[in-house]
Design a protein around this ligand. Structure first.
Ligand code: ADP
Ligand code: MG
Length: 681
């Protein structure tokens, strides 16, 4: 670890300041109370945070200020690290605020404790020391506050020894011994448990052997059964194959029977049809016979002649009727003429004056007209007479003609009936022909059906034994099947039994396996607890002693060396006793530290402190603070000559960064860099 710079804001005498630390030896120079120690306290605060007792927050925050902070920049290995911590005053006390750590530009915010964990990790300080509040390694190697420098010399020996054991981690041997006791007692428990677990190992092993024999026995039985089962199965297979063939024949037989019954049904239908036709033909023949008798000797040839005659009669009748009508018309006309004659006669007799010439009509004229009219009248009467005679003749002719015609018509209607009968005869005859033809066809079909029937009968005959054969084979199969089932059931029982024994064997083997492992574990545990009891505990005690002796001799050597450098007084010797208490001899006499002069006391304290620094840095591996030391007023009470020794000390320390706080201006000439500190008012 090397310090690079620090920013202070409202820390003790500082309102705001930034100090850059060069590497090599650095002197923080300034008057008493100028703020030198404050810088070193601020560094510790930045790294570890404030701690009650060691570095309380109230000694850091500037009086009258609400808040303050420290931002420290340093380098650990190749890492560039910035740590910021802040303080805040509340009504009751001063609290630490959350801050941050930036490692190579990577910022992590965190509470006081979180930052502390990160920083201790970066410093490589032992984990088991991290939890303890006191940062002893830092205090004994890097920086001891001015007032605490001599403290360790005055501590009682037990406290000192205890503290040193902690720093050197000597306790781990004692802890290992204590832990080994816990382990052996838990091993004893385990041993007891395992012994209980394997108590029936031999018994189980014997049982496994017995069960394996049982399996062999069952396997024998199954092997004996297998050929029997196979034989029955083979027989069943054969029978089933033969029954399949028979089943085919039976199907064939059934379909032949079906065909036969269809043929028989067709045949009986056709016979019935034939019978019906015979009946119909017989009926038709008797009808034809009847009609033939009815029309015997008659022909339809006269029918057209009669029709022709009827036509002629009709014409004659029409003519007669016309004549008759004309006669009546003549009579009527003559009657009108007669009336007209009578009328004229009557009018002439009474007529005096002519209506045309209006002259008096003479009697002769009257008479003449009368004669002419009477003659006319007589002629007319004669005419009418002959007309009436003609009329009655005509009437007679007409009636005669009608009579003749009616008799012709009667004859015609007789012929019509005859025609119907002939038609009927023809119809019946052709119907009979039709029926004959149909009968012929049916006869043929009946023949065919009969031959088919006999053909089917002969085919069916071939299968006469099939059904019997089927019954026999079926019965044989029915007898074999239960045998097969019985044998398989027997075998199944053996299989089940075998499976269950196998499962049992598996379980027992698993159990024996576990017990075997337990046995091995038991022997391992016995060996282990023997080893712990007999070897390990003793080894820990021996190691503890060795380490302590080693540290002690190294420490003693260093302590003496530093003291000799700082105090060139041959009459004075120092060493540490077994509890690391410094022993000072003056002229061969042991003396107490309280009896020494100020400079001598400081020499003892500084030697002790430097020896401690070296031993810890040598023994505690992995810590990253071996390059730096900070000494706050290390020359308290030194004479001018003694001050010169500081130069040698700096040389011998051979550290990358040594920061000395001193108000002694003489020191300025020993160091590579001087930082002047002045109080900010
Ligand atoms: N909380 C504080 N607020 C303000 N000043 C303080 C506070 N604590 C101490 N001081 C003063 O700060 C000054 C610097 O102290 P310090 O750094 O110990 O001086 P020195 O340079 O002698 O080592 C002293 O005058 C001291 O009394
Ligand atoms: Mg000081």
């Amino acid at each position: 670890m090397l310090l690079k710079s620090i920013k202070l804001h409202n820390i003790r005498s500082y309102e705001s300041a930034e100090i850059n630390f060069p590497s090599g030896s650095v002197l923080l120079a300034g008057d008493i109370g100028s703020g030198k120690s404050t810088i070193l306290l601020a560094v510790e605060f930045a790294i570890f945070g404030a701690k009650k007792g060691e570095l309380p927050a109230y000694t850091l925050l500037r009086h009258g200020k609400k808040e303050g902070y420290v931002e420290l920049r340093m380098q650990i290995d190749a890492k560039d690290i910035i740590i910021k911590r802040a303080l805040k005053r509340s009504n009751e006390d001063i609290k630490q605020e959350a801050g941050y750590v930036v490692v190579n530009g990577l910022k992590k915010e965190g509470t006081t404790e979180e930052l502390r964990a990160i920083v201790l990790e970066l410093l490589g300080y032992p984990k088991d020391l991290i939890k303890k509040g006191k940062d002893l390694i830092y205090r004994y190697t890097v920086y001891t506050p001015q007032e605490a420098m001599k403290q360790i010399l005055y501590d009682d020996k037990d406290t000192r020894l205890e503290t040193l054991r902690k720093v050197f981690n000597i306790d781990r041997y004692k802890r290992a011994k204590d832990n080994s006791k816990i382990i052996t007692s838990s091993l004893r428990e385990k041993k007891k448990h395992l012994e209980g677990f394997i108590i029936d190992f031999d018994y189980k092993k014997k049982e496994l052997g017995e069960r394996k024999l049982e399996i062999i026995d069952i396997d024998d039985k199954i092997t004996n059964m297998l050929p029997k089962i196979e034989e029955v199965k083979k027989l069943i297979r054969q029978k089933k194959a033969s029954i399949e063939g028979i089943e085919k024949d039976i199907n064939e037989l059934n379909s032949l029977r079906k065909e036969l019954s269809v043929a028989e049904a067709n045949l009986s239908h056709r016979i019935e049809q034939n019978n019906r036709l015979n009946e119909e033909i017989r009926r038709l023949e008797s009808q034809i016979e009847g009609i033939k008798n009815d029309v015997q000797g008659r022909s339809l040839e006269d029918l057209s002649l009669i029709t022709k005659k009827i036509g002629e009669k009709e014409n004659e009748i029409n003519e007669a009727e016309q004549n008759y009508k004309n006669a009546i018309k003549n009579i009527k006309e003559i009657e009108v003429k007669i009336e007209h004659c009578n009328d004229t006669i009557r009018k002439m007799e009474s007529l005096e004056i002519c209506p045309v010439c209006e002259q008096k009509v003479d009697e002769s004229h009257k008479h003449g007209i009368h004669l002419r009219e009477s003659a006319k009248y007589n002629e007319l009467v004669e005419q009418i007479q002959s007309c009436k005679e003609g009329e009655s003749n005509l009437e007679k002719i007409r009636l005669q003609l009608k009579k003749e015609r009616d008799s012709l018509m009667k004859e015609q209607s007789h012929f019509n009936v005859l025609k119907i009968k002939f038609d009927n005869l023809n119809e019946k005859t052709s119907l009979r022909e039709e029926k004959h033809r149909l009968k012929e066809m049916i006869k043929k079909e009946i023949g065919l059906l009969n031959s088919k029937k006999s053909e089917l009968h002969s085919k069916i005959e071939k299968y006469s034994e099939t059904e019997e054969k089927y019954k026999i084979v079926k019965k044989e199969i029915d007898e074999l099947l239960p045998q097969e089932r019985f044998l398989e059931l027997e075998k199944g029982k053996y299989d089940v039994e075998k499976d269950s024994i196998k499962r049992f064997i598996l379980n027992i083997e698993k159990e024996l396996n576990e017990k075997q492992k337990a046995k091995e574990k038991l022997s391992y545990i016995s060996q282990l607890s023997n080893w712990i009891d007999e070897l390990f505990a003793n080894l820990m005690s021996t190691m503890e002693k060795h380490v302590m002796v080693n540290i002690h001799s190294q420490f003693n050597e260093l302590f003496k060396n530093w003291f000799d450098i700082l105090l060139e007084d041959e009459a004075m010797n120092v060493r540490v006793d077994e509890e690391f208490t410094p022993v000072i001899e003056q002229d061969g006499y042991e003396t107490y530290i309280e009896n020494l002069s100020g400079g001598e006391k400081t020499s003892v304290a500084l030697s002790y402190r430097l020896a401690l620094n070296k031993v810890i840095n040598d023994i505690v591996a992995g810590i990253k603070t071996k390059d730096i030391i900070m000494l706050d007023e290390p020359t308290d009470g030194f004479s001018t000559e003694q001050l010169d020794k500081v130069r040698d000390v700096l040389e011998q320390l051979s550290m990358k960064q040594v920061i000395i706080v001193s108000h002694e201006s003489k020191i300025e000439s020993f160091v590579e860099n001087v930082i002047r500190v002045q109080k900010q008012e």
